[in-house]
Design a binder for this molecule. Structure first.
Ligand code: SAM
Length: 356
């Protein structure tokens, strides 16, 4: 039997303490977002706990003090122990205050909470098989997912992902017809619509509350005249002759991604493009044993696999399927060309064309 190595145990427990510290911070960070404590600290810091409590609208000082010390212990805010003042560094501001920064993480914390809320249903599915319907596992899983992906979309879709596709930017500028399939709450659709005023956009998703939210977003962004959102499963989309179909972080969630690929081919023009944005992953599990793969595998266990297994076919690709598997699925739908057009730290962008 292998001998226990005290030094290894020590460093493993140290790692676990760090991990648990992150997990324990989920509720306090979310309280901080909801009560505007990070924003207030940014506005008025350096500040005492009493000053922060007052500036945040008269919160109870004792709670705010414990919260601030917890965030300081997390390393999420700074603490000057001599003056007993709290403040936010520019880097912390990027994560907790600046909503358009690529690393704004409010949605990521909400997603962690949604995964915990969904525990019982997913656990039940482990025992009985089958899946958990998108939106059933947690009250606002869909809002959390929208918020989680939004910072990446704000900073990448128009700047890097669409320009990486062959000839698509020009078509969009002239006025292309675009479908955003699996659009969720519609952030991706609206960002594209704002950047390309001559193009028309339809967002499709099978989850009706997401479509309702997407329509609200379109109205509040003043693009409701050019952007429609329709509740429909990917394989049930009726409209055809699209120049571009986009699928952001959703192909692997579908029960029948091959059937979806086949249908995307049917709704595209012959020279059209399907852009598939998927989580970054290597082709082998051992390539994904890293911090990003860790987040995705955990989310995949609690969200992506249950969503797929709830649907017909139930392919269960998972969020770490990798380029080779995804390309094979896309090709199985009749696409003659699939290439990786862009690689980012969290996503890969695949470009599929019908002609070989
Ligand atoms: C991880 S979310 C991504 C949502 C959105 N694209 C975004 O990036 O915020 C996956 C989305 O796929 C949708 N979805 C899953 N299976 C679907 C299907 N068969 N047809 C249409 N939408 C589907 C879900 O409702 C959900 O909105």
């Amino acid at each position: 039997m292998e001998q226990l190595d005290e030094a290894k145990l020590h460093s493993f427990v140290e790692k676990m303490l760090g991990d648990l510290g992150g997990a324990y911070s989920v509720p306090t960070v979310r309280v901080g977002f909801r009560l505007g404590l990070f924003n207030t600290l940014h506005r008025v810091g350096p500040v005492s706990a009493a000053g922060l409590a007052a500036a945040a609208g008269g919160l109870t000082e004792r709670y705010v003090k414990e919260w601030a010390l917890a965030q300081a212990a997390n390393g999420y805010i700074d603490y000057d122990s001599g003056a007993q003042l709290f403040s936010l560094s520019p880097e912390q501001e990027m994560v907790f205050v600046n909503q358009d920064s690529p690393v704004y993480l409010e949605g990521a914390f909400d997603l962690a909470a949604a995964m915990i809320e969904g525990e019982a249903k997913v656990e039940d599915a482990f025992r009985k098989g089958g899946g958990v319907r998108w939106g059933d596992s947690a009250g606002c899983l869909f809002c959390a997912v929208g918020a989680f992906f939004r910072p990446g979309y704000v900073n990448n879709i128009v700047q890097s992902w669409l320009p990486a596709l062959q000839g698509v930017e020009n078509k969009l500028a002239r006025g292309a017809k675009v479908a955003d399939v699996g659009c969720g709450v519609g952030f991706s659709t609206i960002l594209m619509a704002e950047a390309y005023p001559n193009a028309s956009f339809v967002g499709y998703d099978f989850h009706e509350p997401s479509i309702e939210e997407a329509n609200n977003h379109a109205r509040s962004h003043g693009v409701a005249d050019r952007v429609k959102f329709i509740a429909a499963a990917a394989k049930e989309i009726k409209e055809t002759e699209f120049d571009l179909v986009t699928s952001y972080d959703c192909l692997h969630d579908m029960g029948d991604p091959r059937g979806c690929a086949d249908h995307m081919r049917r709704i595209l023009k012959a020279d059209g493009t399907w852009m598939i944005v998927e989580p970054i992953a290597g082709d082998r599990p051992e390539d994904n044993m890293n911090p990003v793969g860790r987040l995705y595998y955990n989310a995949s266990t609690m969200i992506c696999v249950p969503t797929s297994l709830d649907q017909e076919v139930g392919e269960g690709l998972g969020a770490q399927a990798g380029e080779a598997k995804l390309s094979e699925v896309i090709r199985s739908g009749g696409f003659g060309q699939v290439r990786r057009a862009f690689t980012g730290p969290f996503n890969m962008v695949l470009e599929a064309r019908i002609a070989a």
